[in-house]
Design a protein around this ligand. Structure first.
Ligand code: BJW
Length: 225
C-alpha cells in the first residue's frame, strides 16, 4: 500500500484569509519573531504574546476551509493507501475541511498549555496573563504552539511516516523553518517521489522531483485528481 505524506504550511490557508508569515505584508513584517514566537518573548511580555495569539485565534475561528483543504481530505478518503497530513499550521482548517488524524507539529490555537506542569486544555477565546492552570493552579497558561527553540510535536511519528513514504508533497511552505524544511531529504532517503506545490519556488525547490506553482486552491485539487 502506497503511503503519501503531505506537509502543509501557511500558504494553504492564505486563500481562507489567514496571513502567511514571510510573504510581503505577512505576520513577520508586522511583529518581531523574538517578541511573539519565542519562549523568551513570552517571559518578557506575556500580554503582547497573548494579544497576538488571541487575535489569530479569533481570525482562525472565522475562517473557512478552502478547495485545497477539501481536496486533501478527499484524497485521504479515496486513496487506497494511507494519506498522512502533517501541518505546521495552528488553525483547524484541515479538520474543518474533512481531514482526519492531522498531525499538528507546531501545535494548535485551540488548546492551552501549562508552561509549569505540561497539562493541556481547550483554550478560551481570550487567554489572559497569569491565568491559572486547571491542573496545578500555577499562573502559567500559554498557547499550545511551538515557538523557536522548542521541540516540534510528534517528531518520532513523523519520521516513521517519512521512512515509509512513497510520495512526499510539501504544500504552501517557504522551506525556511526546520525541522520541517528537512523532511524532503528524509523522504528522498526513503526513496519517495517528491513534489512541491507552492505559489512560487521555495528555498528548497531544487530538492524536489517535481514542482507546480500557483494558488493552492488551483494546484492542490488539480494534483489530487
Ligand atoms: C502560497 C499561497 C497560496 C502564499 N497558495 N502557496 C539554523 C539552521 C537550521 C535550523 C536552525 C538554525 N537556527 C535555528 C534553527 C532552528 C529553528 C529554525 O528553523 N530557524 C530558522 C529560522 C533557521 N527551528 C526551531 O527552533 C524549531 N525547533 C527545533 O528545531 O527544535 C530542535 C529540533 C531539531 C531536530 C529535530 C527536531 C527538533 C521550532 C520551529 C517553530 C516554528 N514556529 C512557528 C510559529 C508557530 C506558532 C504560530 O503559528 O504562531 O511556526 S514560526 C512560523 O514558521 C510557524 C510556521 O509553521 C513556520 C513555517 O512557516 P510557513 O508555513 O512555511 O509559512 P511562510 O510564510 O514562511 O511561507 C508561506 C509559503 O506559502 C510561501 O512559500 C508562499 O509563497 C506560499 N503561499 N500564498 C500556495 N495562495
Amino acid at each position: 500500500m502506497e503511503k503519501i505524506v503531505i506537509l502543509t504550511g501557511a500558504g494553504i490557508s492564505a486563500e481562507s484569509g489567514l496571513g502567511t508569515f514571510r510573504d510581503e505584508g505577512g505576520l513577520w513584517s508586522q511583529h518581531r519573531i523574538e517578541d511573539v514566537a519565542t519562549p523568551e518573548g513570552f517571559v518578557r511580555n506575556p500580554g503582547l504574546v497573548h494579544g497576538f495569539y488571541n487575535a489569530r485565534r479569533a481570525q482562525a475561528a472565522r475562517a473557512r476551509p478552502n478547495a485545497a483543504h477539501r481536496a486533501l481530505a478527499r484524497l485521504q478518503r479515496d486513496w487506497p493507501g494511507e494519506v498522512v497530513i502533517v501541518t505546521q499550521n495552528v488553525d483547524g482548517l484541515h479538520e474543518a475541511g474533512g481531514a482526519e488524524a492531522v498531525i499538528h507539529m507546531h501545535g494548535t490555537l485551540a488548546r492551552a498549555l501549562c508552561g509549569a506542569c505540561g497539562h493541556r486544555w481547550d483554550a478560551p477565546e481570550e487567554m489572559a496573563v497569569g491565568e491559572p492552570c486547571p491542573a496545578c493552579d500555577r499562573p502559567a497558561a500559554r498557547p499550545d504552539v511551538v515557538w523557536f527553540g522548542e521541540m516540534p510535536y510528534r517528531m518520532d511519528e513523523i519520521y516513521d511516516h517519512l521512512a515509509e513514504a512513497s510520495v512526499f508533497a510539501a504544500i504552501g511552505t517557504s522551506g525556511q523553518v526546520y525541522p520541517a524544511a528537512a523532511f524532503v531529504h528524509e523522504a528522498i532517503a526513503s526513496g519517495a517521489r517528491t513534489v512541491e506545490l507552492n505559489l512560487e519556488p521555495s528555498m528548497s525547490v531544487s530538492s524536489f522531483d517535481e514542482a507546480r506553482f500557483g494558488p493552492a486552491t488551483e494546484t492542490v485539487p488539480a494534483w489530487v485528481t
